[in-house]
Design a binder for this molecule. Structure first.
Ligand SMILES: N[C@@H](CCC(=O)N[C@@H](CS)C(=O)NCC(=O)O)C(=O)O
Length: 203
């Protein structure tokens, strides 16, 4: 398999953590990729018409894209059980969607500050994105801690990557303030070898 990869992409990181946790890492070659919405650069446009990473070329069918699809495929291929049986499955998928929504908002904030010309930036829009993250983290702190204490699943991996990305790009927002249970969970989860091996580079 070939995974279109960037060490700073949190969506790629989800796939990488799944590769580590499932023991499939040695079956995948990583293809260094870079690009943005205004300059697709080396993005895998043939493999993903949306021009985004991750995308996965595989030996048993056409390329897959979107981290949610790739993670589910890898789990099925390895028989790893990162997707529990229903009804717990619905919780896992909803929490994964919450984590991915945090990532979407966090990435839009980065694009706004890095890509949009300064004169056209709209601060209320940036703060609106942060408000989504803030609300989602409050929901995790109040509703999802029991789920996070359960067996490893895709929701935990997605949330670990989302929190890692908030630390990486929006550290000054201090998301741990007033969220002691989530902060404690994150500290434990971030110590997993799969998370340590996939930390984004400094800087
Ligand atoms: N929903 C997608 C989001 C992927 C995504 O937005 N990736 C970013 C890199 S972190 C990207 O490729 N951005 C380039 C663009 O939006 O054109 C997933 O889960 O894979």
């Amino acid at each position: 398999m070939r995974l279109y990869h960037s060490p700073t992409s949190p969506y790629v990181r989800k796939c990488m953590v799944v590769l580590h946790e499932t023991g499939l890492l040695s079956q995948v070659a990583l293809i260094a990729t870079a690009g943005t919405p205004v300059d697709p650069g080396s993005m895998p446009l043939e493999q993903n018409p949306l021009g985004k990473i991750p995308a996965l070329e595989r030996d048993d069918g056409p390329a897959l894209y979107d981290s949610r699809v790739i993670c589910r495929y890898l789990d099925a291929r390895a028989g790893a059980g990162l997707y529990p049986a229903a009804p717990r499955l619905w919780d896992s998928l909803t929490l994964e969607a919450t984590a991915d929504g945090i990532l979407d908002a966090a990435l839009l904030m980065v694009y706004e500050s890095r890509i949009r010309p300064e004169a056209r930036r709209h601060e209320p829009w940036v703060e609106g994105q942060w408000t989504k993250i803030d609300r989602a983290l409050d929901a995790v702190e109040s509703r999802w801690i029991d789920h996070l204490a359960g067996p490893l699943d895709i929701a935990q991996i997605a949330l670990g990557c989302a929190l890692g990305y908030v630390d990486f790009r929006h550290d000054a927002r201090n998301w741990r303030d007033n969220r002691p249970r989530l902060a404690a969970w994150e500290a434990t989860f971030a110590a997993r070898p799969s998370m340590q091996a996939t930390r984004p580079p400094e800087g």
